[in-house]
Design a protein around this ligand. Structure first.
Ligand SMILES: CC(=O)[C@@H](O)[C@H](O)COP(=O)(O)O
Length: 259
């Protein structure tokens, strides 16, 4: 059964699993895992790409027609640096899509909401398709939507923590009120976390660490692909949901064994 396609800024995606390219033990393994994931949107940190070299190792392994590159600004600390990095990315990778990441604090890698909003506003005016990485803050999501971002990317838990959907309650609010696609990004440590995000109604998830550092990244990428498909299918099928009262409700009619 086919589920509804995701559309971001006019581009259709069959896969709702977005992936990252960091932390793989080799570029060959990264390529194999990303192919197995079915992902069509792959983020790459601009700081890791040798922009002067078309044969750059990472880019060579991402040269598949199904991969749409999403450069990210990881490593920048201010809106000013983000705009500069975005312009470099647009020139080097010939895409105006951008994952806007501004986290000045290397310890927790938590995104700076003020700089992110400032940069998003400017980048949208400069013609970028902006997907900002942010805390799961419903108010900020609305503000970003107002300045014209193409999607919002609230975190499940800190980057690389594999702790899953610690922000669940706030993600639910964001999903409930967002007019742009919601991509749960960061901290998704297991396929079950990804499935839960999709079941809740998230439009997609972005996963890097959990695939890259798994014992078998190719098998894990496959497991994530299946979990994301299952989660989305469950969401479209509409979950039955918990009952409001505390007593059990029999699944079969309670007809007594009459004597
Ligand atoms: C690659 C990338 O963009 C990460 O910053 C992203 O947030 C993924 O996080 P995990 O590594 O926790 O999956």
């Amino acid at each position: 059964m086919l589920t509804k396609k995701l559309v971001i800024a006019g581009r259709e995606f069959t896969s709702r699993l977005f992936t990252g390219t960091g932390k793989f033990s080799s570029s060959v393994l990264m390529e194999e895992a990303l192919l197995a994931s079915g992902s069509e949107l792959v983020t790459v940190a601009l700081k890791r790409v040798d922009v002067a070299n078309a044969e750059d190792d990472i880019l060579r392994h991402l040269a598949h027609p199904q991969f749409h590159l999403l450069p990210n600004t990881s490593g920048v600390r201010t809106a000013r640096e983000a705009v500069f990095a975005a312009q470099l990315a647009r020139e080097a990778l010939e895409t105006n899509w951008l994952k806007l990441e501004i986290h000045p604090d290397p310890k927790y890698l938590l995104p700076d909401p003020i700089e992110t909003l400032k940069a998003a506003e400017e980048l949208v005016k400069l013609g970028f398709v902006v997907l900002p990485y942010i805390h799961a803050d419903p108010v900020l999501c609305k503000r970003l939507e107002e300045v014209g971002v193409a999607a919002v990317m609230p975190l499940g838990s800190p980057i690389g923590s594999n702790k899953g959907l610690l922000t669940r309650e706030f993600l639910e609010i964001i999903i409930g009120q967002s007019k742009v696609p919601v991509v749960v990004d960061a901290g998704i440590g297991a396929p079950s976390h990804a499935a839960a995000a999709l079941e809740m109604g998230a439009d997609a998830v972005l996963v890097n660490t959990a695939i890259a550092v798994a014992g078998n990244p190719v098998a894990m990428a496959t497991a994530f692909r299946m979990a994301v498909e299952a989660g989305r299918m469950a969401y479209e099928a509409r979950l039955a949901g918990p009952v409001a009262h505390t007593e059990a409700v029999a699944s079969s009619p309670l007809t007594a064994f009459l004597d």
